[in-house]
Design a protein around this ligand. Structure first.
Ligand code: CP
Length: 303
């Protein structure tokens, strides 16, 4: 079954191929009549992931089934397994799921359609990571030796966890910055930089959203104090390397994680990331549903 629960479901070779294909955007051949239906189940709020999966489904000629959690039998206590098994039974050919529980997909053994993870708790966010990789690759062509500094709320971030693992596998140098209480040694594996050190080292400043919905009382910072100590301020941006770029998965807390004026500055690739989100999600759906790409462009191994 062609699931994408974490990026460990793909080999490095498959990821490299997916990124090249996403960037070249060949024509997709959808032979199914009527079109296959993909169900989108979002148990947590989403703008980018949900809408870009819907755009990707539309561009692939698929039907989207919006699963309305609030008005579904989940409210009567139906389990995630029974919900997804129901969608499989009525004819859905894949499910896209965002859920607050880490590794929710472990409850879905026995489901016979592809499960595409759109974010699980503080666990993984594989399609976000793919779009981040595509954005970095478009800029630097290779990952080997690129200094990526992941900044902020590391411990609660599925984006940090997924990106740290795959970027290391691809040969990037991954460092971290942020409040000590939000570090996680299983992700950071060592030295944590101050923000002033980070801006001088980074080719990529990967800023993270503060995950207030996953915080305890001791995690509370004032916006101003956080911005001064751990934010990408206008002053810090001036110290970045000439060709360094800024990423953020968004939504952005403006003037907290980064200065509002930096969201659309020359270095920012934040909206480029969103554009790339549709491209990689089309590739992920094509992979999961075994949809052919008409003219697969030749590609060189990029590591
Ligand atoms: N980056 C991201 O996952 O955004 P959404 O929560 O809006 O989908």
């Amino acid at each position: 079954m062609r699931h994408l629960r974490t990026l460990d479901d793909l080999t490095v070779d498959q990821i490299e191929r997916l990124l090249v294909r996403a960037d070249s955007q060949g024509s997709y051949i959808t032979r199914e009549t009527p079109p296959q239906t993909v169900a989108n189940l979002f148990f947590e709020p989403s703008t980018r992931t949900k809408c870009s999966f819907e755009m990707a489904q539309k561009e692939l000629g698929l039907h989207s089934l919006h699963f309305d959690v609030e008005h579904s039998s989940v409210q009567k206590g139906e389990t995630l397994y029974d919900t997804v098994k129901t969608l499989e039974s009525i004819g859905c050919k894949a499910v896209v799921i965002r859920h607050p529980m880490d590794a929710y997909y472990k409850q879905l053994e026995g489901i016979n359609i592809p499960i595409i993870n759109a974010g699980d708790g503080s666990g993984n966010h594989p399609t976000q990571s793919l779009l981040d990789l595509l954005t970095i690759q478009q800029e630097f062509l290779i990952f080997q030796g690129v200094n990526v500094v992941i900044c902020g709320d590391i411990r609660h971030s599925r984006v940090a966890r997924t990106n740290a693992n795959i970027l290391r596998k691809l040969g990037a140098k991954v460092s971290f910055s942020g409040p000590k209480a939000w570090m996680d040694d299983k992700i950071t594996r060592g030295k944590v930089l101050s923000m002033d050190e980070a801006v001088e080292l980074a080719d990529v400043m990967m800023m993270l959203r503060i995950q207030t919905e996953r915080h305890n009382e001791e995690d509370i910072w004032t916006k101003e104090a956080y911005h001064q100590e751990f934010g990408l301020t206008l002053e810090r941006e001036k110290k970045m390397k000439e060709n360094a770029i800024i990423l953020h998965p968004a939504p952005v807390n403006r003037d907290v994680e980064l200065a509002s004026d930096l969201v659309e500055c020359e270095r920012s690739r934040i909206f480029k990331q969103m554009e790339n989100g549709v491209k990689v999600r089309k590739e992920v759906l094509a992979y999961a549903l075994n949809i052919d790409v008409e003219e697969e462009k030749s590609y060189e191994r990029i590591v």
